[in-house]
Design a protein around this ligand. Structure first.
Ligand code: SAH
Length: 229
């Protein structure tokens, strides 16, 4: 709270509350629930989520939930973004493929970690807005937003040091598995439209291991290796 000269306190505007709400989100929603990677916590603490949602929903920017964005899509819950990023296990300088740019928030977190991101989105409106936002935040050089069907990945850019799919797939798209570098991970929600498991697939030479990190709920991946339109 700031003080007027006569000693009465002036109300803070809602916008001024956001940095405090962001710090609280990092403590209560992430750290207290087991997100450990300090680089992921720092990236989440530095990235203004309010810039990735429609202005009329700004007050909900640090709510513990997914929020609607245009084209009937969603920006994921902060915890889910942090968890998926942590599971990817990427390092500064790594090349990361994201399928489902949506608002651009997950891509921004990866860029803040120092990753070079190719992010594919099938909705032109979302791709254009995300590109603008990332540029405004100074992350335009780190993220290339492409329009297209990401369910087949990006064969031309493979292998990737990490692949994250932020929409639900009916099964693991074979192309994405093939586009992993040795030692790299694919983090992807897999299951029916109404509930999925968050799978972590790690490639080691000719083999790959697979485990579930638990239940999640995502909007559908729509495309050749996704759900029909
Ligand atoms: N990562 C996003 C969340 C996106 S929601 C964020 O941080 O905000 C999932 C997104 O995947 C939606 O925008 C949807 O349009 C997109 N999508 C669904 N199927 C796709 C496909 N085959 N290729 C690319 N994007 C797809």
């Amino acid at each position: 709270m700031s003080e007027d000269r006569d000693g009465t306190s002036a109300p803070e505007s809602a916008a001024n509350e956001l940095p405090r709400e962001r710090a609280e989100m990092v403590d209560r929603q992430l750290r207290d629930r087991g997100i450990r990677d300090p680089r992921v916590l720092a990236a989440m603490a530095e990235t203004p989520r309010e810039r990735f949602i429609p202005p009329e929903r700004e007050a909900l920017a640090y709510a513990d939930r997914a929020l609607p964005i245009p084209a009937g899509q969603t920006i994921s819950q902060p915890y889910v973004v942090a968890r998926m990023t942590e599971l990817l296990g990427v390092e500064p300088g790594d090349r990361v493929l994201e399928i489902g740019t949506g608002s651009g928030y997950q891509a921004a977190i990866l860029a803040r970690l120092g990753c070079h991101v190719v992010s594919i989105e099938r909705q032109p409106e979302l791709a254009a807005t995300a590109r603008e936002r990332l540029t405004e935040l100074g992350l335009g050089d780190m993220v290339e937003v492409r329009l297209g069907d990401g369910s087949v990945g990006d064969p031309g850019g493979a292998p990737y040091d990490g692949i994250v799919v932020t929409a639900a797939a009916p099964a693991v798209p074979p192309a994405l598995r093939d586009q992993l570098a040795d030692g790299a991970r694919l983090v992807i929600p897999v299951g029916p439209r109404d509930h999925q498991e968050l799978l972590v697939i790690e490639r080691n030479g000719d083999r790959s291991s697979e485990r579930s990190d638990g239940p999640v709920g995502f909007v559908p991946l729509v495309g050749e290796a996704g759900f029909p339109e």
